[in-house]
Unconditional design. Structure first.
Length: 275
């Protein structure tokens, strides 16, 4: 992970003012104007909507981001739209690295829109999350495959890694995936060209995470997606895997599952968002 991320956000809790954005550093291509309080039932959750000046992941981009949530603070970080991963040449690979930290009593919802893999694109993503045993992190991840000319042209390469640790350095799990085009082999005859996950890292109750997994599956049961939830290693939480025909359907499912997770973990549903 780079020591100089292009986006570096820190959320801390003030004794009387609640969660505040105490560090806001953003340089090209990331743009962040301010944070908002959008949740009627969770007024302390501060929402940051991160935009991209380029609107795409280009060629040999190396994009680094970092978000830290301090003790008792609550943050929701999202994007207004999906970013495309454009064609790379000469064997180049675009890279995204994300460092997330959640302290005791903190809540982080990291919900970027899925990436869109265009023909010839090559993208390597890495997320490293350090979450206190008494913290909560809800992480979205995903991509869809798209050829503007509908000619079946493949993306070249996609890799993703999610590593979750405790503050003492103990690794709870380290998940990796790597995919190579073409998209007509991806998803088989069902045409499932959008894939993603919602990973919920949270303390477990007396009955474990079974109720949380059931709530996530119930939230997407009526949607046009294939999905299933299961427990993560070492009691870390629950992951919901989603496959859909397009990115819109997948993002709808991720949003529904996120709302179910918020309700299950806090007792109240989030307010509806328009972006």
């Amino acid at each position: 992970m780079t020591a100089d991320p292009a986006l570096d956000l820190v959320f801390d809790r003030h004794p009387s003012a609640g969660t505040r954005l105490t560090r806001r550093r953003a340089r090209y291509p990331f743009v962040l104007t301010r944070a908002f309080r959008l949740d009627e039932h969770h007024p302390d959750v501060l929402t940051a909507i991160v935009q991209s000046a380029s609107g795409a992941i280009l060629g040999e981009d190396v994009l680094a981001q970092a978000v830290t949530v301090g003790p008792g603070a609550s943050a929701h970080v999202t994007t207004p739209a999906a970013m495309t991963a454009n064609r790379t040449v000469g064997g180049a690979v675009a890279r995204e690295t994300v460092t997330l930290r959640v302290a005791a009593g903190g809540l982080l919802e990291w919900l970027p829109a899925p990436r869109i893999l265009l023909p010839g694109s090559a993208l390597d993503q890495e997320v490293a999350a350090t979450v206190d045993p008494d913290g909560i992190a809800v992480l979205a991840d995903g991509f869809s495959v798209h050829d503007p000319e509908a000619a079946g042209r493949p993306f070249r390469f996609y890799a993703a890694r999610l590593t979750v640790r405790r503050p003492d350095g103990r690794v709870l799990f380290d998940e990796r995936q790597r995919l190579d085009g073409p998209p007509n082999r991806f998803g088989g005859a069902a045409g499932l060209t959008a894939h993603g996950a919602l990973t919920v890292l949270a303390p477990s109750g007396e009955g474990g995470h079974g109720a949380l997994a059931a709530a996530l599956e119930a939230a997407v049961a009526g949607l046009p997606v294939h999905a299933g939830a299961g427990a993560l290693p070492r009691g870390a939480g629950v992951a919901l895997r989603i496959a859909a025909a397009d990115g819109g359907a997948m993002r709808t499912a991720v949003t529904a599952a996120w709302a179910a997770a918020r309700t299950a973990l806090t007792g109240a549903s989030p307010s509806r968002r328009r972006f």
